[in-house]
Design a protein around this ligand. Structure first.
Ligand SMILES: *Cc1c(COP(=O)(O)O)cnc(C)c1O
Length: 390
């Protein structure tokens, strides 16, 4: 047995290399990757432009420290600000760190407004990470159990329910921010309605709350826009990113705009690794390739085709509840727990995931071809039919 701490129930496979949307194991078996390391490998595996940019950077400079100016971080911050319409960026190394920064920022903002016990509204079924503050913000008891006492200062409401937030706005003077995923990933691919997002923006403006979106999973082009909230035509005060931002190199970011910008001063927050040259070149290259290769429009179109294919392939099949999603963030909800589909997929050479017990989750690389999309649909339809018939 390896000496790894036992935090994951791992599947019995180890990959040796990858190319595009394919992964290969030591026996030479190939797998179609419809998960992208959980929305991380935006550009698939071994993308030539990313490999070239990273190799060059490794030979120049990997780490210096935020005690100095870092031109790659400055460039990446300018790029993210331009794409999002936001003002400033804090770089970190993961999604939970990005959310920790957002939570700290909201609390400091609250104190600056004279609120001594600032509270943040969070949603049911939310997932924000595994650190103490982010697991406390998460709306899943399994993630929290055994780690009490939880971090206080979160108020939970049902997802996508503007009435619940209006009620809080009327009676809780401690609220300073709302944090939510425009599309819940771990929670089962649940989409917030655009109308909800717009109304929430209005309430936040009226109450001077920070409107904070966790786009760690749904951001970076996956839904056909740079960021999923952009479909609703609003700009948030705080946005968090990670997963797909570096196409496999760990990099996270917490962005702030308007009232949320300028809250942190030197000494308030930090990270040793955050914003290092290597990570920032990974982010810059990922964003560049998405733009030059038209990957957002492709993600929107291919996602539509995959959902359409799954709907027609599974039409009339008892046990199917719904096929949903946006772009290449796709959920297939069944009427029963279906974790076994992951193992069946592995045997069939297809990498998928199941979340929220009953939802098959697809998060393919944005470089998946139309032919690979069709292959994914055919393989998954066969697997689901077989599973439901057993
Ligand atoms: C994965 C995820 C996180 C946590 O990211 P880590 O990099 O694992 O810390 C936070 N929020 C959302 C929406 C996620 O999907």
């Amino acid at each position: 047995m390896p000496h790894l701490m036992n935090t994951y129930g791992r599947l019995p496979v180890a990959f040796t290399h990858g190319q595009g949307c394919r992964l290969f194991d030591a026996q030479g078996k190939s797998y179609l990757d419809a998960l992208a390391g959980i929305a991380v490998n935006t550009l698939g595996h071994n993308h030539p432009r990313l490999v070239k940019a990273l190799s060059g950077q490794v030979g120049r400079l990997m780490h210096v420290s935020n005690l100095y100016r870092i031109s790659e971080a400055e460039a990446a911050s300018d790029r993210l600000a331009a794409l999002s319409g936001m003002d400033e960026v804090f770089f970190c190394n993961s999604g939970c760190e990005a959310n920790e920064a957002a939570i700290k920022l909201a609390r400091m903002y609250g104190h600056q407004q004279g609120v001594e016990q600032p509270a943040i509204v969070v949603m049911e079924q939310a997932f924000h990470g595994r650190t103490l503050a982010t697991l406390s913000a998460t709306g899943n008891r399994k993630v929290q159990a055994g780690f009490e006492p939880l971090v206080t200062g979160f108020v939970r409401v049902p997802f996508d329910d503007i009435g619940a937030i209006e009620q809080l706005a009327a009676r809780n003077p401690n609220i300073v921010a709302v944090l939510f995923e425009p599309i819940q990933g771990e929670g089962g691919i649940n989409l917030a309605h655009r109308e909800f997002t717009r109304s929430l923006r209005t309430i936040c403006d009226q109450k001077h709350w920070l409107f904070m979106v966790d786009e760690v999973q749904c951001g970076i082009g996956r839904t056909g826009a740079w960021f999923a909230h952009q479909h609703a035509g609003i700009v948030p005060d705080v946005m968090t990113l990670a997963k797909g931002l570096g196409s496999g190199v760990p990099v996270g970011a917490c962005l702030a705009a308007g009232r949320a910008a300028g809250v942190f001063k030197p000494g308030n927050h930090g990270s040793t690794f955050g914003g290092n040259p290597l990570a920032c070149v990974a982010a810059l290259t990922t964003l560049d390739v998405i733009e030059t290769d038209g990957l957002m429009a492709h993600a929107a179109k291919l996602g539509e085709a995959i959902r359409g294919g799954l709907r027609s392939g599974l039409a009339g099949v008892g046990g199917l509840v719904e096929v949903r999603g946006d772009g290449l963030m796709i959920g297939v909800e069944l009427d029963r727990p279906c974790g076994d589909l992951v193992k069946r997929g592995l045997l069939a050479g297809l990498l998928i995931n199941v979340t929220a017990d009953k939802v098959v989750r697809l998060l393919p690389p944005l470089v998946m071809s139309d032919a690979e999309g069709a292959e994914l649909v055919a393989a998954l339809v066969a697997l689901i039919k077989e599973f439901l018939a057993d």
